[in-house]
Ligand binder design. Structure first.
Ligand code: HEC
Length: 229
């Protein structure tokens, strides 16, 4: 009995390897596909041809006048309200300087780039809007590390208002936005350079707010709050 089942096992293994083991090898005939693992799909890949279009190209040009998000087409297109990208620098530029990398040589630099810092409150408002869209789900609206995603199991989400991050230079806050860090994905492909800095500025504002005392507010604001009480 034992011998028989052992024999059966060997036969099964040989047949199994026969079916599955030679996938990817060169064959002189059309292979029989037992499990095609979605190898063939009704879709076009980049640079493929298509008989459907007259010019035989599967990839189509963007519709005339299309403005890629975050690209600077100053002079041709003006986006107004709520999107200051067009007035600014860069879009998704990618140069080795501080503005694009947050680094000065081998170390992180500090400070919001001058041209952006000059926007003052406008930059913070933009940063708040972008932060709420991209970061709040994980790091929480106030940066306490308690966003909704955390309750769905991403346990490693960290607060942005603790002493460690307060002590980091601005470039080191910028860097994970562009490139991600460990379990946090990169947002460089979707957040334009100047928006990343706007978010950095807003994270600084959250850090200040997290430890602010009433006396830190301008007097007019203090009065308002006291009247509300
Ligand atoms: C999908 C969830 C998620 C989103 C969205 C997210 N983060 Fe994170 N973030 C994380 C996690 C998780 C970590 C901890 C990574 C680690 O060190 O393991 C982290 C870490 C960080 C750190 C600390 C990096 C360090 O030096 O340790 C900063 C700063 C940060 N995030 C900023 C942001 C900003 C700004 C945004 C919005 C653009 C953002 N994060 C969006 C999940 C997220």
């Amino acid at each position: 009995m034992l011998k028989a089942s052992f024999g059966a096992l060997i036969i099964l293994a040989v047949v199994g390897i026969g079916f599955a083991g030679f996938r990817g090898d060169k064959m002189g005939h059309t292979p029989v596909e037992w499990f095609n693992d979605m190898a063939h799909q009704p879709k076009y890949e980049p640079q493929h041809r298509s008989d459907f279009f007259n010019d035989s190209r599967a990839a189509r040009l963007p519709v005339a006048g299309t403005v890629p998000v975050g690209f600077n087409l100053k002079g041709r297109y003006f986006q107004t309200e709520g999107n200051n990208l067009v007035n600014g620098m860069g879009g998704f530029s990618n140069q080795p300087d501080y503005y694009n990398t947050g680094r000065m040589g081998d170390v992180y630099g500090d400070g919001i780039p001058d041209a952006l810092a000059a926007r003052g409150v406008e930059l913070l408002v933009r940063g708040q809007q972008r932060y709420d869209i991209y970061c709040g789900i994980c790091h929480g609206a106030a940066g306490q590390g308690n966003g909704v995603v955390k309750s769905f199991g991403l346990a490693t989400v960290r607060p942005l208002v603790d002493d460690l991050l307060r002590a980091q230079p601005d470039g080191q806050i910028y860097h994970p936005i562009a490139h991600g860090k460990n379990t946090m994905g990169a947002y460089g492909p979707v957040i334009a350079v100047e928006d990343r800095w706007a978010i950095v500025a807003y994270v600084r504002a959250l850090q200040t707010a997290a430890s602010a005392k009433l006396a830190d507010l301008p007097e007019a604001e203090q009065k308002k709050l006291q009247e509300q009480k």
